[in-house]
Design a protein around this ligand. Structure first.
Ligand code: PGA
Length: 248
């Protein structure tokens, strides 16, 4: 049995004061869950959040990182910097970064490797656009993105990774993939990993669903065979609502 991993992606929301107020309430709302709980916050919130969640079951993640360790990369943050302050997870290749910040399959792959080298757990995002979906390309797109993101990793490293399948047309739109659809896409990602890295690895890797997850649909999504939890944007911004998703 794989564990369920539920991560909130605050995106460019929640300043450090709002974040502190949030976690004070949130840690109590999720203290009894057996699911893994992660909050992925803006960089400037991270030091505070790591401190406020110390000794609780809430883990902290970043939303991006650079693949180099240091150097002349104005505005960037490295994996070793995140590790140093106690961050444990990092979202890599979110569709908003692929769309607005020139993230490619190649930079995703470099970042995944750098995250692992710094003992951070990557949450690697893949997903198709509406146009690709309507042209019947979903499976091809998401299996390609997965293969390229993981290229060059050892089997054991792949087994410990988290993948978030996020159909782009479902992000922030209120349109959720049906649980059957989401499960099928996730199954095709898992099959691809089994094909390349072996059955044992494919069966271990955590694959989340993301895209308009809310408390009203979390249970239906998360109780399907292949969906191992979720990456939650908008609905993670309110502690009460997000705790209902965690405690689905
Ligand atoms: P959403 O975002 O839950 O607001 O659709 C999900 C994501 O982008 O990770």
């Amino acid at each position: 049995m794989r564990r369920k991993v539920i991560a909130g992606n605050w995106k460019m929301n929640m300043d450090p004061i709002e974040g502190a107020t949030y976690v004070k309430e949130f840690i109590h709302l999720v203290e009894d869950t057996e699911n893994e709980v992660i909050l992925c916050a803006p960089y400037i919130d991270l030091i505070g959040l790591v401190q406020f969640t110390k000794g609780t079951n809430v883990k902290i993640g970043a939303q991006n990182m650079h693949w180099e360790e240091s150097g002349a990369y104005t505005g960037e943050i490295s994996g070793s910097m995140l590790k140093l302050i106690g961050v444990e997870y990092v979202i890599i290749g979110h569709s908003e970064r692929r769309q607005y910040f020139a993230e490619t399959d190649e930079t995703v792959n470099k970042k995944v490797k750098a995250a692992i080298a710094n003992e951070l757990n990557p949450i690697v995002c893949v997903g198709e656009t509406l146009e690709q979906r309507e042209n019947g390309l979903t499976k091809e797109i998401i299996t390609n993105q997965t293969r390229l993101a993981l290229e060059g990793l050892q089997e054991e490293q792949v087994a410990n990774i988290i993948i978030a399948y996020e159909p782009i047309w479902a992000i922030g739109t209120g349109k959720t993939a049906t649980s059957e659809d989401a499960n099928n896409s996730i199954k095709s990602i898992r099959d691809e990993i089994c094909k390349i890295y072996g059955q044992n690895v494919g069966e271990r890797v955590i694959i989340q669903y993301g895209g308009s997850v809310k408390s009203a649909n979390a249970r239906e999504l998360f109780t399907t065979l292949d969906i191992d939890g979720g990456l939650v944007g908008g609905a993670s911004l309110k502690p009460e609502e997000f705790s209902k998703i965690v405690n689905y």
